[in-house]
Design a binder for this molecule. Structure first.
Ligand code: C2E
Ligand code: MG
Ligand code: MG
Length: 693
């Protein structure tokens, strides 16, 4: 209610009252609202008309509000400024539909008439909601600042520290007193580099902001890694007011990340880079050599007979040797060169910055390889025991990206394989013809794996006769009847079968087949006296179960063991003489016969020959070939026959192709023959027809 008489008489004062930004309310001593201005209406959301029957002192709405005691004081004649009081907009007057909070500070003062009696009470409200909210945000910010897990440091326009939070102290060990007024360098590591500093300054200048990882140093001297954000707070004119440095300690996280990275890229045993990191290094070497024009070399090396050492001496010794090998390798190359362990006993060395001339580069690589070979061949003292090993090294030189990483490794592997074939403890460079041979070998291997299952293997038999031409027996010779190809000679696949271990099932099959053949002959009067000579491979003979295998086949077939003759070569039996004596002895007890194949090609010593229970010596066909033309060969054959006779061993000559050869052999006391003169190796039915007919 606006009661006219209460309005100021002067126009100016009236306008001043009406348009004041402060909310005015004039109340009668009884509590009735006499006058409100526009700001009041706006503040409370109530029109002056709605105030007609409003009595401030009796209004229930205000009873609960903190303002009531102040109002009462005003009515009692005091002038009062209330603190900020919170109102709910909707219930402030009970007439409003507004929502939200209001913070209002009120000036209450009594007006007195000439007699000094209370004539009106004036309430001037000021809406302080905005100020209040800002204050609250400030408080919140301060609390966050205090409670933050991130270290916060504030510096002034001259980069002097003005404040730090508790997390700062927790992380760095510095209290505010330690650092106030100082520069941020107090917590720098010294590991810091100039360019980083410049980058930081530039970013802050241009973007008000820099973020990154740096090293810090704690009060106790310890280094720590931190993720840091620096932002600038500027004055309105753009000049810097404050810098805020926020950072977290990421040392532990970094350590874990590094551990994960190390585990993923390094070999745990030797601490050398693993295959994965090698790939990166190789990539780098390729790029660097593209730029410089210099060659690099990739060496793949493998320890000879390592598996045997590992199996017999235990993994502890094997591991210790690998660690020592890694150490020696490091001593053989320059710091920039890379060494990696691929796994097992395979190591890779990448030599960088060799000559721009390919041949020169190869020479340089060979020098290093030779150094490595020599170094690794020295004895190893492991756990007080001396061990020996040698490496086989395959090398490929490269420049740029012409060959893929995979190809380089394959080529080095091919060369290493060749080094092994060359008798181990050797160095071999890759050349493309090697690759072709290897591919052919791999094809043979794949096909050979199927050969047994698809029954592509057959035995041919070659007659052995006495000096009157009577059949004594046959030698079983393996043939591979390869589909779409024809008969393959064992010369083409026995070595592959040996390397891959396929010789074991194949050899087993040969013995079974030969014994089954003997079993069938037992009931044929024309054939019952024939023996079959079977070639045994080194790998087969070395098997622990060799004796048991033969025994089992003999029992299964039920043949007379004396009809089975096993052909062994010198190198096979001399590889482990004691073991050979035991194995041969056991089989001899059953009646099995032994013939020494290809005699004369090895280095047989008489001493051993006497101890090994052979029944027969088979003169190698290369001596027989030339006995009628070559004096030396004639002399050797004569000596072999004489020796066999003196040791009371049978002697047979293989590769007898003509009468002159046979005549010479007979003259000197060799009375058994095998060769084209009596027939080539034949399929079983042809052989049987030949003998029976
Ligand atoms: P080897 O045991 O020394 O076999 C004798 C080789 O001489 C056979 O070659 C045979 O065909 C050949 N030969 C026989 N008479 C003459 C002749 O008058 N003149 C000439 N120039 N050669 C003659 P083949 O059958 O090619 O066998 C080669 C080698 O393969 C065998 O040499 C043997 O070491 C191996 N081999 C054959 N069969 C088997 C087998 O079942 N198991 C194993 N482990 N090796 C076998
Ligand atoms: Mg033979
Ligand atoms: Mg032979």
């Amino acid at each position: 209610m606006v009661i006219k008489e209460h309005l100021p008489a002067s126009e100016t004062l009236r306008t001043l009252f009406e348009q004041s930004p402060l909310a005015f309310q004039v109340i009668s001593p009884e509590g009735n609202s006499l006058l409100v201005n526009q700001a009041w209406e706006q503040l409370w959301g109530v029109s002056h008309e709605a105030m007609a029957n409003y009595n401030l002192l009796k209004d229930q709405q205000l009873i609960d509000k903190g303002i009531m005691p102040y109002i009462e004081k005003g009515f009692a004649g005091q002038t009062i400024l209330t603190p900020e009081i919170e109102y709910d907009k909707s219930t402030a007057t009970g007439t409003s539909g507004l929502v939200g909070k209001l913070w209002v500070r009120t000036f209450i003062y009594p007006l007195k008439n000439a007699e000094g009696k209370l004539s009106e009470v004036v309430l001037i409200h000021e809406d302080v909601s905005k100020i209040k909210q800002a204050g609250e945000s400030m408080q919140l910010a301060a609390a966050v600042y205090q409670a933050s897990a991130e270290g916060i440091m504030v510096t002034d326009e001259n980069n002097r520290i003005v404040d730090v939070n508790p997390a700062f102290t927790r992380i760095t060990g510095y209290a505010l007193d330690d650092v106030i007024g100082k520069g941020p360098e107090i917590m720098q590591s010294g590991k810091h580099d100039q360019t980083l500093d410049q980058q930081m300054q530039k970013a802050i200048l241009n973007e008000n902001y820099w973020q990154g990882e740096t090293w810090g140093r704690r009060k106790n001297g310890e280094l720590y890694a931190r993720w840091i954000t620096i932002s600038a707070i500027r004055h309105a004119d753009g000049s810097v007011h404050r810098h805020v440095w926020q950072f977290s300690d990421i040392t532990e996280k970094k350590r874990k990340d590094e551990l994960i990275w190390t585990q993923a890229n390094f070999d745990q045993l030797t601490n050398l880079p693993n295959r994965r990191l090698l790939a990166d290094r190789l990539q780098q070497a390729m790029s660097a050599s593209t730029r410089s024009g210099e060659h690099c070399a990739l060496m793949l090396l493998d320890l000879d007979q390592f598996k045997r050492l590992n199996d017999t001496m235990g993994h502890g010794v094997g591991d210790a040797m690998l660690v020592e090998v890694a150490r020696r390798l490091q001593g053989c190359v320059r710091e920039d060169d890379s060494i990696a362990r691929l796994g097992g006993d395979e190591f890779v060395v990448v030599l960088h910055e060799l000559s721009t001339n390919e041949d020169m580069a190869a020479v340089q690589a060979e020098v290093v390889a030779e150094k490595i070979r020599t170094e690794l061949s020295h004895p190893y003292q492991l756990d007080g025991v001396e061990y020996h090993t040698t490496p086989s090294i395959g090398i490929v030189t490269f420049r740029g990206h012409r060959d893929s990483k995979e190809n380089l490794l394959t080529h080095a592997d091919t060369a290493m394989y060749q080094a092994k074939t060359n008798g181990r403890n050797a160095i071999c460079f890759f050349d493309p013809s090697m690759q072709a041979a290897l591919e052919k070998r791999n094809q043979i291997e794949t096909a050979l794996r199927k050969a047994l299952a698809y029954q592509e293997l057959v035995l041919h038999y070659q007659l052995q006769v006495n000096n009157t031409g009577q059949p004594l027996g046959v030698e079983a010779l393996l043939r591979w009847n390869k589909p779409n190809f024809g008969i393959v000679s064992p010369a083409h696949f026995i070595s592959v079968a040996e390397e891959t271990g396929l010789i074991l099932p194949i050899g087993q099959w040969v013995i079974k087949t030969a014994c089954a053949q003997l079993a069938r002959w037992q009931s044929d009067p024309n054939l019952e006296n024939l023996s079959i000579a079977v070639n045994v491979s080194a790998r087969q003979f070395r098997e622990k179960t060799f004796v048991a295998q033969i025994t089992e086949v003999l029992e299964e077939s039920g043949i007379n063991p004396e009809r089975l003759k096993l052909e062994l070569t010198e190198s096979m039996v001399l590889d482990n003489v004691e073991d050979s004596i035991v194995k041969m002895g056991l089989l001899k007890k059953l009646g099995v016969k032994f013939s020494m194949d290809d005699f004369g090609t090895g280095y047989s010593s008489l001493t051993y020959l006497k101890r090994l229970p052979f029944d027969q010596i088979k003169i190698d066909r290369f001596f027989v070939r030339d006995i009628t033309t070559d004096q030396n060969d004639a002399a050797i054959v004569q000596a072999i026959i004489a020796m066999a006779n003196s040791l009371r061993l049978d002697v047979i000559a293989e590769g007898v192709e003509n009468e002159e050869q046979r005549g010479f052999l007979q003259l000197h006391g060799c009375l058994a023959y095998q060769g084209h003169l009596y027939g080539k190796p034949l399929p079983i039915d042809e052989l049987e027809r030949k003998v029976s007919g």
